[in-house]
Design a protein around this ligand. Structure first.
Ligand code: RFL
Ligand code: PHB
Length: 389
């Protein structure tokens, strides 16, 4: 088998790249380890920057997004009895859109299927060879047989645990990592949201976030210690703690109901450099992980794919190599800024087990400063809605 661009991974990064390249007439083959149902069942991100929504429209996947996506002009922060609204529209003239990663994935999958994009599911890539030569060889298994795909370039959109990053020699790859001493317990339930925008909360018991997927479906999160499991958290225990942490005013509006999904995600910051090695490109979670506090993971994946699709289109259309050469540096500049912002939001809003009185004083002061300073609120707003490309 031969193609121009081999894509490892059928999450949002891989699906979006497959869509944009095939629209430009570039031949692609997508190889995904899991089944389509498994990929669609993963409940993850919920907030899209305009860079991501514009790119989805460019990919011809804007119809349902524009009909069902909820535009949010701001967000609330409840901090230990005090409250603040960050008004994105007033501060930076921009907004974010609530549209679940599950919906993004479904729209892209449908569009790729309708366009006849070649995709193999339950097809894990096991070997990557020839990255410094003329052609890359991807070995994968499918239907019990081992197969080989030869391609001009390979995009590793295979997430944090993928094989793409591991194909870069250790002497070339540099990684940066911070593991946080807690995770997020997330619950999905078919009840109306407690507010018209998201509510981020710092309570002395820990962080909580009231998010949503639609006017009738909420996504709630609370910070939990790493040793706890979903079995430790009955629905009743979750809702009681969630309400406590959101604070009495917000809690009054919280509707509760049976969970339809419950999972725990550990929090980590991670950056891998460079994001290109020969004919291999890393994109999305394969290259970087941010804690979800700043809602940046999926959005960074979209911005990587924006850079990568343009670089590959310029190569195939005009034989121009410039954007390919710049890919890693262009992506990393934005990645590091989102990494800084996500770390800062996490630091402001969580309860760190080791923090002493001095640390708590600084955290409180950070919030007081944010509340009193339009300049500080503008910094938050311009990062949250997404820095320019
Ligand atoms: P994915 O989604 O992990 O997809 C990678 C795909 O690669 C496949 N794969 C392989 N396929 C073939 N061969 C192999 N050897 C393979 N190895 C792996 C996997 O099966 C998988 O299908 O990465 P991608 O596409 O880069 O997308 C990244 C996003 O999924 C991620 O950044 C976001 O979900 C992060 N995130 C959020 N991002 C936001 O922008 N806003 C949010 O509000 C937000 N909230 C979140 C989040 C992530 C969370 N969790 C659980 C990590 C909330 C949570 C709780
Ligand atoms: C979500 O709705 O899943 C969500 C929203 C905002 C975040 C993280 C997750 O910061």
């Amino acid at each position: 088998m031969r193609t121009q661009v081999g894509i490892i991974g059928g999450g949002p990064s891989g699906l979006l790249l497959a869509r944009l390249l095939s629209l430009a007439g570039i031949r692609v083959v997508l190889l995904e380890r899991q089944s389509p149902g498994y990929v669609l069942g993963r409940i993850r991100a919920g907030i899209l920057e305009t860079i991501a929504t514009d790119l989805l429209r460019e990919a011809g996947c804007g119809t349902r997004l524009d009909a069902e996506g909820l535009v949010h002009d701001g967000t609330f922060i409840n901090f230990q009895g005090d409250g603040l609204r960050i008004d994105f529209k007033d501060l930076v003239g921009r907004h974010v859109t609530v549209y679940g990663q599950t919906e993004v994935t479904r729209d892209l999958m449908d569009a790729n299927t309708a366009a006849g994009v070649e995709a193999f599911y339950e097809a894990p890539v096991t070997r990557i060879e020839g990255l410094q030569g003329d052609r890359v060889r991807l070995t994968f298994t499918h239907g019990g047989a081992e197969k080989v795909l030869e391609c001009g370039f390979v995009a590793a959109c295979d997430g944090y645990h993928g094989v793409g990053r591991a194909a870069i020699p250790a002497s070339v790859l540099k990684t940066y990592e911070r593991v946080y001493p807690f995770g997020w317990l997330g619950v999905l339930a078919d009840v109306p949201p407690c507010a018209h925008e998201l509510v981020y909360a710092n309570h002395r018991n820990g962080f909580a976030l009231a998010s949503m997927r639609s006017p009738t479906r909420v996504r709630g999160y609370i910070q939990v210690p790493l040793h706890e499991t979903v079995d430790d958290w009955s629905d009743e225990r979750f809702w009681a703690e969630y309400k406590t942490r959101l604070g009495p005013e917000t809690a009054k509006a919280v509707a509760t109901g049976p969970s339809i999904e419950k999972s725990i995600a550990p929090l980590r910051s991670f950056v891998a450099e460079p994001m290109r090695y020969g004919r291999l490109f890393l994109a999305g979670d394969a290259a970087h992980i941010v804690p979800p506090t700043g809602a940046k993971g999926l959005n960074l994946a979209a911005s990587d794919i924006r850079y990568l699709s343009r670089a590959l289109i310029a190569h195939y259309a005009n034989n121009s190599h410039d954007l390919i050469e710049r890919y890693s540096a262009d992506c990393l500049a934005r990645v590091w800024k989102a990494t800084r912002f996500s770390w800062w939001m996490t630091t402001l809003l969580h309860r760190f087990p080791e923090t002493d009185a001095f640390g708590h004083g600084l955290q409180r002061t950070e919030f007081d400063y944010l509340k009193s300073s339009r300049a500080a609120q503008t910094v938050l707003a311009e990062n949250y809605v997404g820095l320019p490309i």
